[in-house]
Design a protein around this ligand. Structure first.
Ligand SMILES: [Zn+2]
Length: 444
């Protein structure tokens, strides 16, 4: 976005009295809404929740929603979504990566689009809200802007990213972050990503055409269910996401010595399992012993020889560490390594650390956060700033555009489960905030 031009436009529009607005005699502009000249707009909540209810039937099995990427149910879900876009009076376009885009034209052809959307694929045995809430709300926002004759200066692009649950594949393709080898990985549907792209209407030979550059979008705003229980517990309606946490995955190999469980005195052992247990507790105490929202989990443990009457010779375990602050990720990484050395010395074992995955935090843009926040305030909704512990397409798009995310409460903090649920009222709140954040973004 050319910031200077943008500001000049905003100032010019802001100075125009409501009756003299150029876009339409009857219509509104973003400026009049965002400046409080009229009440905040609202989406058609009944229509939006009706779409979600209808979508619940697609891929519904006795064990939950199964719309895993590239499966017949995923294709059916995408067809349903394309229908919603057409019903909204927009023309959908599937790009070579298989992502769906649809544009609501703006009045100023020199401005880059405001991008809004999410995904409609699911995990295995998942729920109906992770993805569809943000996707359908984006379509509803575009439709509401048309219905209510609000003409924005920026185009609004609705996007439905393909295969989010398989590792934010569609959004990674959009920022050119997948290798040829990645395309050969097999997705949960049993198809490779390469095959999947063809199945959803893309073209692997032309993937470069789907790549977006820094500056291609004015900003990206994604509405999503929280997938945790912080909002519900605090009794709040809206989460203003500060960013998506980065993570470090380690594999820790603890080596001791296998020996007879009956004949070896307690003070002559090199027990890898005992060291692993002490380390697991120490990791927990380290992350809870300092202020902040950092989390760490020892999640996988393999013991050798894993036999009742033998002192364990080796344990291989994993640590998953997450936080929004890169410096903290480094700090706790060093802390865990030190704990390993200390526990190794105390138990007569050795600790070897191997880094499995590094993913950097993706920070939300301060300006986009303030648009989301002011929209929630104007709508009379309660809110708080918070990190996202789960990954989203927004973390990829943050690399090429100012990014922001809106969270709505997940009942019971449950997600990736058939019990996943967000109330119709909260879905409507989230969509209303998205609508008004888009209007605020248009004004700048
Ligand atoms: Zn999701």
């Amino acid at each position: 976005m050319k910031r200077r031009t943008f500001l000049q436009h905003s100032a010019a529009l802001a100075a125009v009295p409501l009756v003299g607005l150029p876009s339409s005699a009857r219509g509104l502009t973003g400026a009049s809404v965002a400046r409080g000249a009229v009440a905040p707009l609202r989406v058609n909540a009944e229509r939006l929740n009706g779409w979600l209810a209808a979508f619940d039937k697609i891929g519904r099995t006795p064990t939950g929603i199964n719309r895993v990427a590239y499966s017949p149910a995923d294709l059916e879900g995408r067809a349903f979504t394309l229908g919603l876009i057409k019903d909204a009076g927009l023309v959908p376009r599937v790009d070579s990566a298989g992502n769906i885009y649809a544009r609501l034209a703006g009045t100023d052809a020199s401005l880059k689009p405001i991008l809004i959307g999410s995904h409609v694929d699911s995990v295995t045995d998942g729920g109906n809200y992770d993805g569809p809430v943000g996707s359908f709300s984006a379509i509803e926002v575009a439709r509401s802007l048309r219905d209510q004759q609000v003409r924005l200066r920026h185009p609004v692009d609705v996007v439905i990213w393909q295969n989010e649950e398989g590792g934010t594949i569609g959004s990674k393709l959009a920022i050119n972050d997948l290798t040829d080898a990645d395309l050969d990985k097999v997705a949960r549907s049993g198809k490779t990503i390469r095959e999947g792209i063809g199945l959803v209407g893309g073209d692997v030979a032309k993937l470069k055409d789907a790549v977006k550059k820094s500056g291609d979008f004015a900003c990206y705003i994604e509405l999503h269910i929280e997938q945790g229980g912080l909002l519900e517990k605090a009794g709040l309606q809206i989460g203003v996401v500060e960013g998506i946490v980065g993570l470090r995955w380690f594999e820790v190999t603890i080596t001791g010595f296998a020996n007879h469980a009956g004949a070896t005195p307690m003070n002559q052992r090199h027990d890898a399992m005992l060291a692993a247990a002490k380390f697991t507790v120490a990791v927990n105490e380290a992350v809870t012993g300092e202020p902040g929202r950092q989390v760490a989990t020892v999640g996988r443990v393999n013991v050798l020889p894993n036999t009742t009457n033998v002192i364990p010779a080796q344990v291989v375990l994993t640590v998953d560490l997450r936080d929004l602050d890169r410096a903290k990720l480094t700090h706790f990484t060093e802390r865990f390594e030190q704990l390993g050395r200390d526990i190794g010395t105390a138990t007569g074992t050795t600790f070897a650390f191997k880094r499995l995955v590094d993913s950097e935090p993706a920070l939300a843009n301060a300006q986009v956060m303030s648009w989301i926040e002011s929209s929630a305030t104007a709508l009379g909704l309660t809110k708080q700033r918070m990190p996202s512990g789960a990954g989203h397409d927004a973390q990829e798009i943050a690399r090429i555009a100012p990014m922001g995310m809106i969270f709505v409460p997940s009942v019971g903090g449950i997600s990736h489960s058939p019990k996943e649920f967000t109330t119709a009222a909260d879905v409507a709140h989230g969509a209303d905030v998205l609508l008004n954040a888009v209007i605020a973004a248009d004004l700048g």
